[in-house]
Design a protein. Sequence first.
Length: 204
Amino acid sequence: MFDFLITGFIASYLLGSISSAIIICKIMGLPDPRTQGSKNPGATNVLRIGGKKIAAFVLLFDGLKGALPVFLAHYYFDVHVFELTIILFCAFLGHVFPIFYGFKGGKGVATYLGGLIGLNFFVGLTFSIIWLIVAKVMKVSSIAALTATLLSPIYFYFIMYFYFFESHVLKATLVIFLINLFIYFTHRANIMRIMNGEEGVIGS
């Protein structure tokens, strides 16, 4: 089991390190997202470069990087929720610090959401609902993402409590909280712009 987990952690990190934004932009003949707009290889920046359809593909594949390894480990191997959250964490780290791109990646929200859906559909659904509500009210994507992220350890714990033993869920929630810290770190520039009233609104 230990060897399997190590293999799973490494495979998840390597999968997360594949940049959907860079690859899809290259296939579509678009500029490298690392050289345009916010210079972030993520769906929001691709939206500025290539429009909604291409950004949707980036969002989908970034989400799959988190969902797929968690889903496979969950349904085909005897892995506890704590190990599943570590698998998600590894995929997330791959996206944020990709070995294939000089450890300079995206901000990780889509991969995180995909992993939450892989862990439990209702956890991912709750994240999405919170994002949609805040985005509708505030009109700022980063505020919506940060709010849904900030609250995720809370609803993660209470929803997952009904599926796994409490001890495993408590440890898993700590991993979720750790991912939260990383997401706030990757959004530090957004947070500064929000505080200064300079963050762009949805549709601008």
